[in-house]
Ligand binder design. Structure first.
Ligand SMILES: Nc1ncnc2c1ncn2[C@@H]1O[C@H](COP(=O)(O)OP(=O)(O)O)[C@@H](O)[C@H]1O
Ligand SMILES: [Mg+2]
Length: 252
């Protein structure tokens, strides 16, 4: 169902799709989080839950859960004004990474190599919608030109890929031309991915990890993960496994 066709009257007492298990697939952050809230309130079981969508949809909230659950994650700083953001980046050292707290596909995430670039990016942000002035700043992880995306369903990691960035691009998102290659799931990857999924209350999630100098780091958990490139790269029937999982949820 296209979320744009959905309308739910909050106080009607009617359950339009009464007591269904709903797989939330909307890639629009705002439609996703709001429709999940309303569907859940109307009595449906939504995968993933509103609590999970809320936390995963915002990189700050997601990072806070990872830190709280002692999951290794890149060093991240929150700043809320131009001066404190610049000071935080000086302290962190360059290169540094700045990301919008709400966003995906690598959009508006920038790799900042020096203070001039930092000033330019932050000055631009100051002209944008206030959400973009919540400065989410991260150390640039010295990693190979790739990251890892793992897929967790329930309490198991069922597939994983390397994502190699293309050309001069530093971001490895497949939406930016990153190339998928199968990754053999290790016990370390399985354990860390499942812990990250649980930390955010996720049932079917995509976990983003990087190979840091001291081991794997989780940088985010995606509540509406795409798998178009992973199925051909791994031969794993992710949609089929998700459907099986939803049937098991329906039977509970
Ligand atoms: N701290 C970092 N150090 C190095 N590369 C990073 C860092 N954070 C993100 N990246 C790269 O940018 C990509 C997008 O970042 P991510 O946090 O996953 O945001 P998005 O929600 O846009 O996918 C990552 O997949 C990774 O390749
Ligand atoms: Mg990502």
């Amino acid at each position: 169902m296209d979320s744009k066709d959905l309308s739910i009257t909050l106080n009607s007492g009617e359950l339009p799709l009464a007591d269904r298990v709903v797989l939330q697939r909307c890639v629009s952050y705002f439609r996703n989080v709001h429709s999940t809230a309303a569907l859940e309130a109307a009595g449906h079981t939504v995968v993933n839950s509103f609590a999970c969508a809320w936390v995963c949809g915002n990189k700050l909230f997601g990072s806070l859960e990872l830190v709280k659950h002692h999951i290794p994650t890149p060093r991240t700083t929150l700043a809320m004004a131009e001066d404190s953001a610049l000071r935080s980046m000086e302290e962190m050292g360059y290169p540094a990474v700045i990301k919008p707290v709400v966003g995906s596909w690598g959009r508006l995430s920038a790799l900042i190599r020096d203070v001039d670039a930092a000033r330019a990016v932050i000055e631009d942000r100051e002209q944008m919608f206030p959400l973009y002035q919540i400065y989410y700043l991260q150390e640039f992880v010295k990693r190979p030109p790739r990251d890892i995306r793992s897929f967790v369903i329930g309490d198991r990691t069922i597939a994983a890929i390397y994502r190699y960035s293309g050309g001069s691009e530093w971001r490895t998102n497949t939406a930016r031309g990153g190339k998928a290659e199968a990754y053999k799931i290790t016990s370390e990857l399985n354990e860390l991915s499942v812990r990250a999924a649980k930390a955010v209350g996720g049932e079917f999630v995509g976990v983003d990890l990087m190979e840091g100098e001291d081991g794997l780091l989780v940088h985010e958990v995606n509540n509406t993960t795409e798998f178009r490139n992973t199925v051909p790269a791994t031969g794993i029937d992710i949609p089929g496994m998700v459907i099986d999982y939803l049937i098991s949820v329906q039977k509970r």
